[in-house]
Design a protein. Structure first.
Length: 89
């Protein structure tokens, strides 16, 4: 029986940036292509992201300790007040 793996195998700290995307992991199959990641938000607040589909979205009132089940490629510095963000692949 097939199943979908719901656990991450790699995690890295995210530094919000208005210019740089989240660095991809060396474990990804295609080099230099960002397939996105999900996020863990350690300290809540506002979180502005760019999704894999190219949408610029701001999530308001994210609670501390939240897993964000959206594939993102960028966490913006401008518009983000949340802290202790981890990228999960």
């Amino acid at each position: 029986m097939a199943y979908i793996k719901l656990q991450a195998m790699t995690a890295r700290s995210v530094t919000p940036s208005d210019t740089a995307n989240i660095n991809t992991t060396a474990d990804q199959v295609t080099p230099n292509q960002n397939f996105g990641c999900t996020l863990y938000v350690g300290t809540g607040g506002t979180l502005r992201v760019t999704t894999v589909g190219g949408d610029d979205v701001t999530f308001q009132n994210i609670v501390s300790g939240t897993f964000l089940p959206v594939q993102v490629v960028k966490v913006w510095q401008n518009g983000t007040s949340a802290l202790n963000i981890l990228a999960l692949w």
